[in-house]
Design a protein around this ligand. Structure first.
Ligand code: 3HC
Length: 286
């Protein structure tokens, strides 16, 4: 099993930037591809800022920060990923958009390279099927912030080979993460399958007037020792992202229990997306 030395990341949003950063911290050469030049610039600023804070805290030397940044290349064309050992797609949650990326990745990536998706919930099998290498496709689901959160869900699509699963798990370990193997390609895998009903229930508690947004967050933080209450987490992850995942569950499982709560739908309609674009429940931004 060969070690991953060069990584391609498609999409320079929160997750793409975080994954690229953690890989560069682990010594890999990383190429980030993002068509939106402004987003690409924001990703560079974000990575520099996080490292600047680490330098200020004495956790990282100036030289080490410069070295990490020098391992990163920022590009606007997928053709730049031809030499990557593994490519991970981290664009927004839209199945057709992801399939289009995978079609192109299959053309540009070298034979044998692993093609992975950071999708939060969508079918690895469907995404892999549009490529000529469904055995070399899998899910690699990181958590936000990718630099901090230890878990990576490695997800097996119907056609994913055992070798690909083993290599993808070894890659997560190489990044200092703890992988778990998700053996069935079911919506939401493990974490989001558990998390989304929890977030939805928090919304219903507020809708029913049982307690306020602030008090539900306080209850969960102090009663369950979670680092963030559900509404802070909704803003942090993106109200739109959580809504999209819940809506996908509702359609895929065909079960009314998964219907996204009205409160969330209203916030999305009002353009209140949390940290992504404007005020959510609190306008959380870090
Ligand atoms: N990017 C990079 N690093 C970050 C960061 C960010 N956005 N936010 C915080 N950090 C780092 C800090 O630099 C700090 O590093 P240090 O220990 O080297 O100094 C460390 O994390 C701790 O940060 P803080 O002291 O500022 O703050 P907290 O102790 O409150 O931790 C937190 C912040 C890690 C975000 C914590 O609140 C937390 O764990 N929250 C829950 C996050 C969570 O549940 N994520 C999963 C979301 S669901 C998901 O991603 C799935 C998706 O598919 C929907």
């Amino acid at each position: 099993m060969s070690e991953i030395r060069t990584l391609g990341v498609v999409g320079a949003g929160t997750m793409g930037s975080g994954i690229a950063h953690v890989a560069a911290q682990s010594g890999l050469a990383v190429t980030v591809v993002e068509t939106d030049a402004r987003q690409l610039a924001r990703a560079q600023d974000y990575i520099r800022e996080i490292d600047r804070r680490s330098v200020a805290k004495g956790r990282l030397s100036e030289e080490a920060a410069a070295e990490i940044f020098s391992r990163l290349s920022f590009q606007q064309d997928l053709d730049a990923l031809g030499s990557a050992d593994l490519c991970v797609e981290a664009i927004y949650e839209d199945l057709e958009a992801k399939k289009a990326i995978f079609r192109r990745l299959d053309e540009v990536a070298r034979p044998g390279a692993i093609l992975a998706t950071n999708t939060s919930s969508m079918s690895i099998t469907e995404i892999g099927r549009v490529t000529g290498r469904p055995d070399r496709t899998c899910g690699l689901h990181f958590f936000n912030p990718a630099q901090v959160m230890k878990l990576v869900e490695v997800v097996r699509g119907y056609n994913t080979s055992d070798a690909t699963m083993a290599e993808a798990q070894a890659f997560a370990t190489q990044l200092g993460k703890t992988p778990i193997a998700v053996q069935k390609d079911q919506p939401g895998f493990v974490v989001n399958r558990v998390l989304m009903p929890f977030l939805a229930e928090a919304c219903k508690v507020v809708e029913e007037g049982v307690a306020s947004v602030e008090d539900v967050d306080t209850a969960v933080k102090l009663g369950l020792n979670h680092p963030m209450g559900p509404f802070t987490l909704l803003d942090f992850t993106g109200v739109d992202v959580c809504y999209a995942v819940m809506d996908y569950f509702y359609r895929e499982f065909g079960d009314p229990a998964y219907k996204p709560p009205l409160l969330l739908h209203q916030l999305v309609r009002a353009g209140r997306m949390g940290r992504k674009s404007g005020a959510g429940f609190y306008d959380y931004a870090s």
